[in-house]
Design a binder for this molecule. Structure first.
Ligand code: G6P
Length: 609
């Protein structure tokens, strides 16, 4: 992970870089640093902890220059400290890096033998020393970086400055994201679009093994061998306001409340008025191909993996094809059975998660077809897949995923309908009724948000609890897992999600009057069974909070808190039940005073394995 920003142009670089880093803090916040070319040399300033510490340092030690680089770190090699903070400097060469250099120990030994001395525990520092070594030999900055990048193994997005070459910068990527923003005689470099969206919407997405050379007001793209590369800029439709808090206290809250809009965008243009079929423009698979699959793998990490668990229900139910769900970091190490008859679907908000990207490559390497469900347009996973369904959730900045998750659920419904249609497992009537329900989804989400307006009070009742259990069954079991994950991520409260029917095989032993149990009970075929599980909890003194679309007053005596939400077709219910759980976690976190948008130890985009 980590976030990098670079600027070359006529304006002062520091405010542009700091502002960009603010938008990238979701990628890591263990330390931050900046380096600028000020006409006399390169100034480097670094601080441990969040960006605000670097900003304080800049107030007392301002730096200047119209060419610079910056970094916000998520520690992998070397603990969070000033010494391990980027930019890393070797003599006149200064580097920021996102990724992991796997052969850094070998390179380091070699460089130490040649007389280099290292001042950090990071893998990154070898890059600065190696560039410096080649530059000392040749006096050619660009070729020194190119040579270095052919020697390193692993993943990188880098931006490099050279003290002897004012106004010049090299940026390159392999395995970690990097986007170039093209302005009027100025260029921006960043790990992600929101960091530079304020300045330009014209973006060039570098491919692996490509490099950009900035000299004055020109940019040249090439591969590591120096062969020219042509890549036209794409105009990004996101607007800068989408990456701001817009009056909300936290990005997470804003993103929860954006869900009616986000889901309307996921649906836009995909469900025609005649309700005959769904249209998935980027799927890239014909009806014949969709019919030919014998097996589907759904592969993802974290919250996206929970979306995949819901996706299994949808695809198996509506398209009648067997689905296996895998955690991306497990998938490729177990030699999965993938062939031409397998469709692998990668689910990733960022489209850059290293494990999910590796799983995609594994599936494609075995001749399987691969399709991505992604939020970030032109991300690595989106580009390398045979087809993509964009969720169109807009930028998600809060580290804990909310709108990206519910839009993934909607993307799965659309895909399951499309597959079901192509495979003739879905009647016109069924398709028509789900499409009709989909059309009401944004307003039902609005109603669900309204139904949750007292969530803060509910959170207050249980504010002292140290453990939580979340129960759900069928398509609500993944929602129970997601509810527990949200709570863990942002409020640091221990929580477990469990299939309600499995509770009797273990977790029931935990139940006492100190344990709040959140039950997701929707009116489907397992409603009564979940209801019985709730009774089992109550019988043992557990406190029950139930989230349900059942308006029966009789429920009130059966649970300590009943949170009624609207009803919709069962296939779509997981979207609605997610919302109270997001808000519950949010309010717990606020009550506990944690850092909601940037919870400790986490990062939004995990580009390391
Ligand atoms: C990190 C984030 C999670 C996210 C997961 C997968 O762990 O903190 O919120 O669900 O990565 O990310 P992706 O971008 O692939 O969906």
């Amino acid at each position: 992970m980590c976030g990098i920003v670079g600027y070359v142009g006529a304006r002062q670089a520091p405010p542009i870089i700091i502002d960009g880093l603010k938008k990238l803090e979701y990628r890591g916040y263990d330390s931050a640093g900046i380096a600028t070319q000020n006409g006399k040399g390169i100034e480097v300033l670094r601080a441990e902890g969040k960006l605000v510490n670097l900003e304080r340092l800049l107030t007392s030690n301002p730096v200047s220059g119209s060419c610079g680089i910056g970094h916000t770190r998520w520690a992998t090699h070397g603990r969070p400290s000033v010494a391990n903070a980027h930019p890393h400097r070797a003599d006149g060469i200064v580097v920021v890096h996102n990724g992991i250099i796997e052969n850094y120990l070998d390179l380091r030994d070699r460089l130490i033998e040649k007389g280099h001395s290292f001042s950090s525990d990071t893998d990154t520092e070898v890059i600065s020393h190696l560039v410096e070594d080649f530059y000392r030999e040749s006096g050619d900055f660009l070729s020194a970086v190119r040579k270095t990048l052919t020697e390193v193994r692993g993943a990188y997005a880098v931006a490099v400055l050279c003290e002897q070459e004012p106004g010049k910068m090299v940026a390159a990527r392999s395995g970690s994201p990097l986007v170039i923003g093209q302005g009027q005689e100025e260029f921006f470099v960043a790990s992600d679009v929101p960091a530079i969206l304020k300045h330009t919407r014209e973006m060039i997405f570098l491919e692996d093994g490509e490099l950009a050379w900035f000299a004055g007001n020109t940019m040249t793209l090439m591969d590591l061998a120096g062969n020219p590369v042509t890549r036209l800029p794409k105009t990004i439709t996101w607007n800068p306001a989408m990456a701001e808090k817009g009056g909300y206290r936290h990005f997470m809250l804003k993103e929860i409340y954006e869900q009616p809009r986000a889901i309307a965008d996921t649906l836009a243009g995909r469900i025609p008025d005649d309700q005959a079929d769904v249209v998935l423009e980027g799927l890239g698979l014909s009806d014949a191909e969709l019919q030919s699959f014998r097996k589907v793998f759904l592969v993802a990490c974290g919250t996206s993996w929970h979306a995949a668990l819901v996706g299994k229900f949808l695809i198996e139910k509506l398209a009648r094809v067997p689905v296996e769900v895998d955690i991306a970091s497990e998938f490729r190490y177990r030699d999965p059975i993938v062939d031409e008859g397998t469709l692998t679907i990668l689910i990733s908000q960022s489209g850059e998660t290293a494990d999910t990207l590796a799983a995609l490559r594994e599936a494609k390497g075995k001749q399987g077809k691969a399709v991505a469900i992604c939020n970030v347009v032109d991300s690595s996973i989106a580009r390398e897949s045979d087809g993509v369904i964009y969720t169109h959730a807009g930028p998600e900045i809060g580290v804990a995923s909310t709108k990206a998750f519910t839009t993934q659920l909607v993307a799965f419904i659309l895909l399951a309908l499309r597959l079901g249609r192509a495979r003739k497992s879905l009647t016109d009537e069924r398709l028509g009724s789900i499409i009709a329900a989909l059309k009401t989804l944004p307003s039902k989400i609005q109603d669900t948000l309204a139904a949750c307006e007292h969530m803060e009070e509910i959170a207050r009742i249980y504010a002292q609890a140290t453990d939580f259990l979340f129960l759900g069954r069928g398509n609500q079991y993944p929602i129970a897992l997601e509810g527990a994950l949200k709570l863990k991520e942002i409020s640091y409260i221990h929580a477990e999600g469990y299939p309600a029917g499995e509770m009797k095989h273990g977790p029931i032993a935990l139940i006492d009057d100190q344990l709040p149990v959140v039950v997701v009970a929707t009116q489907n075929e397992s409603f009564e069974k979940v209801f019985s599980n709730m009774e089992e909890v109550r019988a043992r003194g557990g406190q029950v909070v139930v989230i349900t679309d059942c308006a029966d007053d009789g429920l009130k005596g059966k649970a300590d808190v009943v949170l009624p939400i609207p009803s919709i077709a069962d296939e779509l219910m997981p979207v609605l039940t997610s919302i109270p759980l997001q808000l519950l976690a949010y309010h717990f976190a606020v009550l506990r005073g944690t850092d909601v948008d940037q919870p400790r130890n986490l990062a939004k985009s995990v580009t390391v394995e």
